[in-house]
Design a protein around this ligand. Structure first.
Ligand SMILES: [Zn+2]
Length: 448
């Protein structure tokens, strides 16, 4: 496959390769063969090396690997603008009860598809090409991950899917949730679509009994797929775990056997140094979601401390945004603000967004993601950015941090295929879809 002749050269761009040793190539180009990157170099070299290959002239724009998001909730779409009954939510627990759990209980299968399709289009628009999603919808569980997979495939994106098992909607929903994860994990193994993967989803420690967690750990294929779980996000999770089980959240989940190198411990805001050691010893992937943490006012996760102690921490959005450049900007600020130190987080946020997210995705995909390199998936974005100052291999991150936002993405490719070209979405009619979405959201709001 790597020796196949390229069928596309994306050139006349400023190529930022990202990956462990990021390079900036002025007048650079990326040669694509099928779904993989075949070669990287200067435009002149690649055009000489592969004469006659279709050439996409990007006019000096920035060319980067597609952005990756290691924690997302596609199902959150219809929450936008939803009016809540009763008093405003003051705590994280009230936000869950008054908004998210009302929304997810009202989702039908049809809603699940549409509420996935809309943000998938926004991912493409914002240059996010791979997401690790975490789905909830307790009254439409069986087959729901297939419904999302259908939207993912139609959009042309790459996603790992999971259903968040919980005890909060009773035994039937719990058992259906377990079965849905098991079914989808098996289906992914059978189909081996390069676009789809699976993890075993769990809501959070405070809505899961020991009995349920044991059933999940014993479920076929679960440990092998890894567990994707909200971990000590709000203080409520920590308090409940100590009160009921005499252990903080990470320790409790360790006792029950959830942690391995494919597991995703999302948030980890309220954890102790001892628990950070557990995450490191078990080689767990932690996902930091700074914008969500600030929005829900749950506190600043000790993400820098975790990194300093050797934990692999990636960057997600928690469904708060589809724009990873926005998550990078907020991640850059939260730790500077929190520690009152303007030097904080300079190295850690790009490490999370680029290197660690790639390492996390490598647990599920056997072809590299989040990097422009020969042999990696040809997930490429072109950005409307012409650097106002010199851009080099040592300062590219400053350009990305201060100069780029998702709305500046001009073209997005996944697996060598354009999903958006020169601002136009190619796989889905966005306006038609949005009109249908508004109508479905209106009906959902009436019954939620
Ligand atoms: Zn989440």
């Amino acid at each position: 496959m790597r020796d196949r002749a390229p069928d596309l050269i994306i050139g006349n761009g400023v190529v930022v390769t990202c990956g462990p040793e990021p390079q900036v190539i002025a007048d650079g180009a990326v040669a694509v063969a099928g779904e993989l990157i075949r070669d990287i170099g200067t435009t002149r070299d690649l055009r000489e090396r592969y004469p006659g290959t279709r050439f996409e002239d990007v006019g000096g724009r920035l060319v980067m690997p597609g952005m990756t998001c290691t924690h997302m909730h596609l199902y959150s779409t219809f929450a936008r603008g939803m009016q809540l009954d009763g008093d405003p939510a003051r705590t994280f627990g009230q936000i869950l009860e008054r908004l998210w759990w009302r929304l997810d209980r009202a989702l039908t299968e049809e809603d699940v598809w549409m509420s996935a399709m809309m943000p998938l289009m926004w991912c493409v628009r914002n240059g996010t090409t791979t997401i690790l999603d975490h789905h909830s919808g307790p009254n439409a569980i069986p087959g729901s991950l297939d419904v999302i997979a259908d939207a993912v495939t139609r959009a042309g994106m790459r996603a790992s899917l999971a259903y968040e098992v919980s005890d909060r909607d009773g035994e039937k929903a719990r058992d259906q949730g377990i079965a849905e994860n098991v079914r989808f994990i098996e289906a992914c193994k059978r189909n081996r679509s390069p676009l789809l993967r699976a993890t075993f989803g769990l809501h959070a420690s405070f809505t899961l009994s020991d009995e349920t967690l044991r059933a999940c750990v014993d479920a076929p294929g679960a440990c092998e797929a890894g567990f994707h779980i909200h971990t000590a996000e709000g203080i409520e999770d920590l308090i409940q775990s100590i009160r009921q089980y005499g252990q903080p959240v990470v320790k409790r989940l360790d006792r029950l056997g959830l942690w391995n190198d494919k597991s995703l411990a999302v948030h980890c805001v309220h954890i102790s140094p001892e628990e950070i050691e557990i995450l490191k010893d078990r080689d767990v992937n932690v996902v930091h979601n700074p914008e969500s943490n600030m929005g829900n006012a749950v506190g600043a996760a000790p993400a820098l401390d975790m990194i300093n102690r050797g934990v692999r921490v990636g960057l997600g959005t928690d469904g708060y945004t589809y724009d990873m450049f926005e998550s990078i900007k907020v991640g850059n600020l939260i730790h500077k603000h929190n520690e009152a130190d303007p030097q904080a987080a300079w190295g850690e946020i790009p490490l999370m967004a680029f290197e660690n997210n790639s390492k996390i995705l490598a647990k599920y995909w056997d072809v590299p993601l989040g990097v422009l390199a020969p042999g990696a998936y040809a997930d490429v974005i072109v950005v409307n950015y012409w650097a106002p100052t010199p851009i080099t291999s040592s300062n590219w991150y400053s350009h990305v941090l201060f100069g780029v936002s998702g709305g500046m993405v001009d073209s997005t490719l996944v697996g060598g295929k354009f999903l958006m070209r020169r601002g136009e979405l190619l796989t889905v009619d966005e306006q038609e879809m949005a009109a249908k979405s508004r109508e479905m959201a209106r009906r959902l709001w009436e019954r939620a």
